[in-house]
Design a protein around this ligand. Sequence first.
Ligand SMILES: NC(=O)c1ccc[n+]([C@@H]2O[C@H](COP(=O)([O-])OP(=O)(O)OC[C@H]3O[C@@H](n4cnc5c(N)ncnc54)[C@H](OP(=O)(O)O)[C@@H]3O)[C@@H](O)[C@H]2O)c1
Length: 309
Amino acid sequence: MRVLLTGATGFVGSYTLRNLLEQGDTVAVVMRTSSDPWRIQGLLDRVTVLYGDVFTPQTLAEGIAQFRPEAVIHLAWKGVGNAERNDVAQVYENVPGSLELLRIVAETGCQHWIGLGSQAEYGPANQIVSEQTETAPTTLYGISKLALCQLTKGLCQHYGMRFAWLRLFSSYGPMDSPYWMIPYLILSLLRRERPKLTKGEQLWDYLYVGDVADAICHVLHHTGAEGVFNLGSGEARSLRSIIEYIRDNIDTSLPLGFGEVPYRPDQVMHLQADIGRLRAIGWKPKTSLEQGLKQTVEWYRANQHRYNR
Ligand SMILES: NC(=O)c1ccc[n+]([C@@H]2O[C@H](COP(=O)([O-])OP(=O)(O)OC[C@H]3O[C@@H](n4cnc5c(N)ncnc54)[C@H](OP(=O)(O)O)[C@@H]3O)[C@@H](O)[C@H]2O)c1
């Protein structure tokens, strides 16, 4: 398929790009001139690069018209990290820019729109969440994702395009951004610093990033797959057990600062995806949490220099 991929320089996007190329898709990626392509170095000579800003997509219109994508995988998002969850740019940049991108690709004859949503669309449900669970987002991030889900669904109907929306729970793996809990923990322990942590009683659903990319590409190629799909491992473990497993893979003697960070007022204590819809179309996770965490620790060990302060 001819696929336009946004967010290819990001964590999930870099794995998605690798997966698409392995499967023989023809890919155009969107990059800003300011983007740092370190995660996809070595792949750039196999793709068409469209330089511009996804959220002012007129800058990309000419390139998109020339590439004529059959499908879009839209991963780019401003403000993925927790610190920006209530930034108004969530609404004012991500939503209108993404809608305009959809209009532009629809006008070039694109047939498939695959968008990336988030568990944040459900809000703190504290239960196993299916796609039928009520959506009650509490952050501008979750509200913007949910709004974009509904708006793009309606627009895809209008334009006669397939609409698929994957609500990703939590992913992890090599090359992740250092502000997330798992990279923070690994990097602190590799520096032999005591990480500051909550009590770690939360039950959490973590999916290895290679499996995230695999699911996105599975939905892309399964052209009957439509609507909202939860994307997680389907299993929840206590954060404490995950943290201890990581510590034990680095050095069992290192101390852990459990309880040194208070829970947030809206702390989610149970995050777990019901992935029945994805399983029904033949997808399931391939990497166990133990395998994925081991690979992640080894990658950070070998690439620690990238994160030196
Ligand atoms: N990581 C998770 O666990 C998780 C969980 C739920 C949902 N998601 C969703 O999954 C998607 C990918 O997340 P991620 O973790 O891979 O995020 P990420 O590493 O922060 O990547 C974000 C990507 O968006 C691009 N981008 C942002 N603003 C842009 C703009 N104005 N023009 C062009 N590109 C722009 C970034 O490009 P630059 O390189 O130029 O900055 C980067 O490629 C997002 O939609 C996110 O909301 C992720």
